[in-house]
Design a protein around this ligand. Structure first.
Ligand code: 5GP
Ligand code: ZN
Length: 110
């Protein structure tokens, strides 16, 4: 399968890894929108949250917490979002959560 994030997880494309566990992988976004902008992805390929099972969602939540603590935004706060489909402006078709922080984020999300 020709998937950019699967290639980053496999180490075929350099990805600036931030965190890894058995189920998830996290790396710096190439075009950061905040001082902390990490992409957290399941190692198992799935297109987006519509395909995400409860177990994977739980592992992603564990990873969000771990990355937030590791990057020092757990006390100041952060945003964790996932874009889905056309109207959600999802550009990479491998489920990913954007963890954004390190500054006061916009109050609007559209
Ligand atoms: P989406 O728009 O699908 O929610 O988010 C995709 C994200 O992947 C974007 O924020 C984009 O900057 C990031 N991205 C695209 N290509 C690469 C890449 O090759 N490496 C990394 N680290 N991030 C990428
Ligand atoms: Zn993939």
């Amino acid at each position: 399968m020709d998937c950019l994030f699967c290639k980053i997880i496999a180490g075929e494309i350099p990805g600036n890894k931030v965190y890894e566990d058995e189920y998830t992988y996290a790396f710096w976004d190439i075009n950061p929108q905040a001082p902390v902008h990490v992409l957290i992805v399941p190692k198992k390929h799935m297109e987006n949250v519509l395909e995400c099972d409860a177990e994977t969602a739980a592992h992603l939540t564990d990873a969000i917490r771990a990355v937030a603590r590791q990057e020092g935004v757990d006390k100041t706060g952060f945003r964790a979002i996932t874009n889905c489909g056309e109207d959600g402006c999802q550009s990479v078709k491998h489920l990913h959560v954007h963890l954004l922080g390190g500054k006061k984020l916009s109050e609007t999300m559209d």
